[in-house]
Write a protein that binds this ligand. Structure first.
Ligand SMILES: *[C@@H]1O[C@H](CO)[C@@H](O)[C@H](O)[C@H]1NC(C)=O
Ligand SMILES: *[C@@H]1O[C@H](CO)[C@@H](O)[C@H](O)[C@H]1NC(C)=O
Ligand SMILES: *[C@@H]1O[C@H](CO)[C@@H](O)[C@H](O)[C@H]1NC(C)=O
Ligand SMILES: *[C@@H]1O[C@H](CO)[C@@H](O)[C@H](O)[C@H]1NC(C)=O
Ligand SMILES: *[C@@H]1O[C@H](CO)[C@@H](O)[C@H](O)[C@H]1NC(C)=O
Length: 374
């Protein structure tokens, strides 16, 4: 066919032009077609996605007043957790993940923890994962950097163009995955964009609701920020504490209702409250004992993201000896001294000497002002 100038219309020209740029883009980059389990999320800004996070993700165990989770990092990630929160402390000069203090609960070294994260991420190349590290001892970012380098996670970590980004300015999940920078790391204090740009300052990028609450109101008020909460991403602390000898401790006995899709004190209800108050859903939802509710926390996230809830494999079942109705058989007693009483739903703590020691350690921590990082 012979093309004369009068048949090559502007429409044909623009079609040819878009075809050319389209094919160039296709050949230049890898294109993730599924992002964090859903094709719809690939084109969504990281700042416009709701992620389930585990509060004190490393504090794993059963029948221990200092643990917040039943399952390890690998299981948490397999089940759909995409933000891992942790509390870092120095233990003999090494960064460990401890609860309030390393004498009370030592969850091992940051290096071992990050190694588990890396193994999972290597096996799951189409997922974006975030870490939120509470820098309890104000350790320099360069010290974290050397641990990330040892593990080989520094090369997977995303460094933003500037120290803080509005929620709308974050790249899409697809572009994070395509660029191979699909680990997003937030540090509560001492982040320094000039020395280690991938250790992102939390509070200039994220604001948080109150934490360690002991009533089920779960309001959505801004509790901590160091920026413009109107444009930042935000995190809801949706875990309920109970007072044990006047001190806050994780409360697995109410985790089914706390993690639920709906009802008083539920995660679903807090998301609705916050969405009504701010016109947008929370970005991160930190929970304890995430598997209580049989996936309800992931169902809440799917609804917030407008995607279907479709777990690839069944969610792990609760392990903690507890009086909650769906947790199955309740442990009768344990070596750590906590006994549950399923008959009336109340928990009967038999405080053995190790528990008194633990409580005194908590009390010491509180006196030292460590409550703010519990
Ligand atoms: C994590 O826990 C699962 C059981 O939920 C277990 O099979 C696996 O070996 C554990 N992985 C590590 C690295 O400890
Ligand atoms: C943050 O929450 C804590 C716990 O509920 C409360 O004591 C504190 O007053 C709150 N701070 C702000 C600034 O809202
Ligand atoms: C994402 O954007 C949609 C549309 O504006 C909004 O409804 C939703 O709440 C946003 N989600 C987050 C986490 O910002
Ligand atoms: C958990 O939910 C799945 C559906 O996601 C269901 O098939 C399973 O029976 C539930 N398990 C329990 C113990 O409720
Ligand atoms: C609890 O104790 C009773 C009586 O000793 C025993 O029959 C039952 O198997 C125990 N349950 C668990 C979960 O250990």
């Amino acid at each position: 066919m012979k093309l004369s100038t009068n048949v090559v219309t502007p429409a044909v020209l623009s079609l040819l032009a878009s075809f050319a740029t389209g094919s160039a883009a296709l050949s230049a980059t890898r294109r993730a077609t599924t992002c964090n389990g859903h094709p719809e999320l690939c084109d969504r800004s990281f700042g416009n996605v709701t992620f389930v996070g585990t509060h004190d993700s490393y504090a794993v165990g059963t029948n221990n007043l200092a643990v917040n989770q039943d399952y390890n990092i690998t299981q948490q990630l397999n089940d759909g957790v995409r933000m891992l929160q942790s509390q870092a402390h120095l233990s003999n000069g090494v960064i460990h993940l401890c609860h309030t203090s390393c004498t009370l609960y030592d969850g091992g070294s940051l290096q071992d923890y990050l190694t588990e994260v890396k193994t999972w991420m290597d096996a799951n190349p189409n997922d974006v994962v975030s870490l939120l590290i509470v820098n309890s001892d104000n350790v320099a970012p360069t010290e974290y950097d050397s641990v990330f380098k040892t593990v080989g996670l520094d090369t997977l970590a995303y460094a933003p163009e500037s120290a803080s980004l509005a929620a709308s300015a974050w790249p899409t999940l697809g572009s994070l995955i395509d660029s191979g920078k699909r680990l997003v790391v937030f540090l509560t204090t001492k982040a320094d964009f000039n020395s280690v740009p991938y250790l992102i300052d939390e509070f200039t990028n994220i604001w948080e609701t109150a934490f360690d609450v002991t009533d089920t109101t779960f309001d959505c008020n801004v509790n901590r920020t160091n920026g413009d909460s109107g444009t930042q991403m935000y995190l809801i602390n949706h875990f309920l504490d109970k007072l044990v000898v006047g001190l806050p401790a994780p409360d697995p006995d109410h985790a089914d209702t706390t993690n639920a899709v709906s009802g008083v004190g539920s995660l679903g209800q807090q998301v609705q409250t916050c969405a009504a108050q701010y016109g947008r859903n929370p970005n991160f939802m930190l929970v304890d004992f995430y598997e209580y509710g049989n996936g309800s926390v992931f169902q809440v996230a799917a609804a917030a993201n407008g995607v279907s809830y479709s777990p690839a494999t069944p969610i792990a079942q609760p392990k903690t000896g507890s009086s909650s109705s769906t947790s199955g058989s309740s442990g009768n007693s344990s070596s750590s001294g906590v006994t549950t009483a399923p008959a009336n739903g109340a928990v009967d703590f038999k405080l053995v000497p190790t528990h008194f020691a633990a409580l005194f350690a908590i009390a010491g921590g509180v006196l030292a002002g460590a409550l703010s990082v519990f």
